[in-house]
Ligand binder design. Structure first.
Ligand code: DX5
Ligand code: ZN
Length: 219
């Protein structure tokens, strides 16, 4: 099956954001990945609600909002109103993950949980029935354009087995350093959704790059 492709607007040209959202609209991308960084949970600040609202005005694909923030529970409703279809919180930022997942579902969003590179996937065992998407970070969150961490493959295989063993329907998303060379092995390891920022937006032809990722089994 073809993967879902989620270009990350973190690598877009913020002075030409409408142009880059339209580029994603007209491409084979499935979702628009939106990275929210608060400068506390991660050592960088990206953008917040007003920019999400601006993206929502032009986006024709679902917005996949990745909250790299402390206390995400305070902002779930606001990000839903700003256009989120998928709301992903970090395991490391949640003291009451179960409650947060129920709140996301009550907002009628897909509930995602992200894991930092050194967070063990086994920690999700009891939460899995409540999770729609597991986001495996393949770089340390905070910046685009970093190198892919090879240990990610093992983590994807382990979470894929947990998902199959428990009959969960959760999707596995990989985020960070995704490119033409690791896309296929990531899918073979069990990933369903590929996030790609720099690889898409720094390429000469972003729409072709998205198409190539989408059709990685056939190119
Ligand atoms: C990193 C972000 C990623 C980032 C990926 O903290 O969560 O979504 O935009 O960028 P690339 O594909 O350039 O690694
Ligand atoms: Zn992200």
């Amino acid at each position: 099956m073809k993967p879902l492709i989620a270009p990350s607007v973190l690598a877009a040209d913020f002075a030409n954001l409408q142009r880059d959202i339209e580029l994603i609209n007209e491409s084979e991308a499935d979702w628009i990945h939106v990275d929210i960084m608060d400068g506390v949970f991660v050592p960088n600040i990206s953008f917040g609600l007003p920019v999400c609202e601006a993206i929502q005005k032009h986006a024709k694909k679902p917005m996949d909002v990745h909250l790299m923030i402390e206390k995400p529970e305070k902002y779930l409703k606001a990000f839903k109103q700003a256009g989120a279809s998928v709301l992903t919180v970090h395991y490391e930022a949640c003291n009451h993950l179960h409650r947060i997942l129920q709140e996301i579902k009550a907002l009628d969003c897909k509930a995602g949980v992200a894991l930092n590179p050194h967070t063990n996937v086994a920690l999700l065992e009891d939460a899995l029935p409540d999770i729609d998407l597991v986001l495996i970070m393949s770089v340390n969150p905070g910046f685009g354009g970093q190198s892919f961490i090879e240990n990610t493959y093992k983590k994807i295989k382990r979470i894929r087995k947990m998902i199959e063993d428990t009959g969960s329907q959760a999707l596995i998303e990989v985020d960070g350093g995704v490119n033409a060379s690791n896309a296929k092995p990531l899918l073979e390891a069990g990933a369903d959704v590929l996030v790609a920022g720099s690889f898409v937006f720094k390429s000469d032809n972003p729409q072709k790059t998205i198409r190539d990722l989408k059709n990685v089994y056939t190119v």
